[in-house]
Structure formats: C-alpha cells, structure tokens
Design a protein around this ligand. Structure first.
Ligand code: CP
Length: 333
C-alpha cells in the first residue's frame, strides 16, 4: 500500500521547504501540495522501514507530555530515534517546576538551552501559544485540549490515501466518509476536517454523526469555512441508517476538557454485526472505549491499527522536513 501511494504522487517542487521554518500548531498551516509531498515522503519511509538516513543525529527532542498518551508520544519518540536523534522525555508535569508555579514561558525559555525541538501535549489549549512566545526552537502541537491534534490528522489522511491511492489520480472516484464525533469538542475531528477540506473533490459527502445532545456541534463559522472550501458536510444523528452508505467510518469517543476527559457517543457501538459496507474501512485515533468492539480487529474493516503504525512514518517525514530549521536555530544561538 505505501508503494502504491508512492507511485501515485509525483515528486514536485520545494513544497516541503515551507515546513523548515514552522512551528506545527494547526492543520490550517498545511496546503494541498505540501500534504501530498509529505505523504510521499512518509510512504517512502514506510516502503523501506529498515533503510533511512539519520538527519537528526546529534539533535535532541524534548518530549513534553503533560497529559496521558500512548501513541503520540511513543510514535514521535520512535520516529526521532529512527532518524538518529536523542530524546529527553517528561511524562508528568508534577516532576517539573510547573508544580511549583513556574510559568510555561519560563519553562520554554529553558527548553531553548536543552533541545532542538519540543513536542508538547497538554490539556490546556493555550499551552502551545504560551510556550511559542519564548521558544527559539520549533514546537509541535501533539494535542492541546479540545483544540487541535494536527499530526494525528496527518496520519489519518495519509491512511485514507494509502487505502485508496486512486483517489488522487481519478476524479471519478469519490468516497463517503462518516465521522462519529463532535468537531467542537474533539481535537482529532477538528484537525481532521481541516485537512479534508484541502481535498474536497474526493468526497461525495462528509457526514458528521452525533448523539443529538445539546452540545454545539461546530464552533462559530467552523461549518461555513469547511463548506466554503468545497467540502460537502452534512450532520445527522442516524448512526445505523448511515453505516451502509459509508466507505470510511472515523469513530472517536474521547474529548479532553480541562484536566479530564469526557466520553461521547455511548449509543454508537461498532462491532462485527454493524451494517457496514463490505469493503468499508474503520479509522479510530485510539485509545478505544466501548464504541469499537475488539471483534472487528481481525476483519478487513480494521484500518485503525495501520493508521497508528503509519503515524510513525508520517512523523518521520515531518521531522525530517523540520530538521533544517533546527540546524539554523542552533547556528543563531
Ligand atoms: N491518537 C492519540 O492521540 O493517541 P494517544 O492519546 O495515545 O497519544
């Protein structure tokens, strides 16, 4: 599958250079050409998982996870190791000066002295911005509260193109995607929708499936912006009725709000008895709850494990592109 995707994307231009000088905060920062070239590089890494260069040799990642994570932290750290770099990891803010009232700005000022890049996860959506003001090294948002999780969404879209590379070469092919969740409350869904809107032509329809509670489904202007970019988004509460029409089901049930998580959609359960299309795929950013039955793991619908695996190669591609910036920043220092 990564080789088929590799063949479907021409190597082009200097689009990846735009990533050298960026913090990665939001999915809005990307564009269609940069995404395609990033996916191409990720597919190249994934096609040759044992053979890659070490552009991060001698560089140090500060992996700061102030909120729990299995996949994002370990896949970033795996990607950094595979590219030859070293890592300092913080998995509990209580072990840092933050527990004594130190500001994130001051912590970030110190990070400049210790590493070449920061990957930050925090349940506070303002944390990335607070650190950015003091950082002279790049920061990657690894999930900030209910706001965004841009590298997760990169891995999500990469998975869809690996599953069906022909979406990129034939305007005839269109898919219907169902997203179970609340864009206003779920960072994975918010970031994913932004990336989808760079490729509106591949979607017959994008359905947002929610539980009919009184939650605001979208932020102010969020739906209008997606529609202005040409994405055909509709909203429904009809879960089982929608499933037979979906080519891709993206399900997520967790939103981090403050320092805790809320679980949504208890009424939405996917299992091997669900009325899925025969060749439909299921994506889930994981961790899973009751909504995704393990009896689907051994079926062809299971693309969620491939989604998590591909995230390592996607993050390798992103870090490779950003590594030039790290060089320059160190020179300035
Ligand atoms: N997908 C994701 O963000 O998983 P983790 O919370 O385990 O990092």
């Amino acid at each position: 599958h990564p080789k088929a995707l590799l063949r479907s994307i021409q190597e082009e231009g200097d689009y990846l250079k735009s990533l050298e000088s960026q913090h990665i905060v939001s999915s809005d920062q990307f564009n269609r050409n940069t995404l395609l070239q990033l996916f191409r590089l990720a597919a190249k890494y994934e096609s040759n998982p044992e053979r890659y260069s070490t552009p991060l040799k001698g560089k140090i990642l500060i992996s700061a996870f102030y909120e729990p994570s299995t996949r994002t932290r370990l896949s970033f750290e795996s990607a950094w190791h595979r590219l030859g770099g070293d890592i300092m990891s913080i998995t509990d803010r209580a072990t840092t000066g933050i527990a004594k009232g130190e500001s994130l700005g001051d912590v970030a000022e110190m990070f400049n002295n210790y590493g070449d890049c920061v990957v930050l996860r925090d349940s506070n959506e303002n944390s990335v911005q607070e650190m950015m003001h003091s950082l002279r090294i790049p920061i990657i948002n690894a999930g900030n509260g209910i706001d965004e999780h841009p590298t997760q969404s990169l891995a999500d879209l990469y998975t869809i193109f690996k599953w069906k590379p022909e979406l990129l070469v034939s305007a005839e092919k269109k898919i219907t995607l169902g997203i179970v969740g609340i864009p206003n409350k779920m960072r994975t869904v918010r970031s994913f929708l932004k990336l989808l809107s760079f490729f509106p032509e591949i979607f017959e329809e994008v359905l947002i499936i929610h539980d009919g509670s009184n939650e605001a489904i979208f932020d102010e202007n969020q739906l209008e912006q997606l529609q202005q970019r040409g994405l055909n988004v509709t909203v429904t509460t009809r879960f089982n009725d929608s499933l037979p029409n979906l080519d891709v089901v993206y399900i997520n049930a967790i939103a981090w709000v403050g320092n805790d998580y809320e679980s949504f959609g208890e009424s939405f359960i996917l299992n091997s008895q669900s009325p899925l299309k025969k060749d439909a795929i299921i994506l889930h950013p994981l961790a899973r709850g009751e909504e995704l039955d393990t009896d689907l793991d051994s079926t062809a619908h299971n693309w969620y494990f491939a989604q998590a695996r591909g995230a390592v190669f996607l993050r390798m591609a992103l870090l490779t592109c950003m590594s030039q910036r790290m060089e320059r920043v160190m020179d300035v220092i």
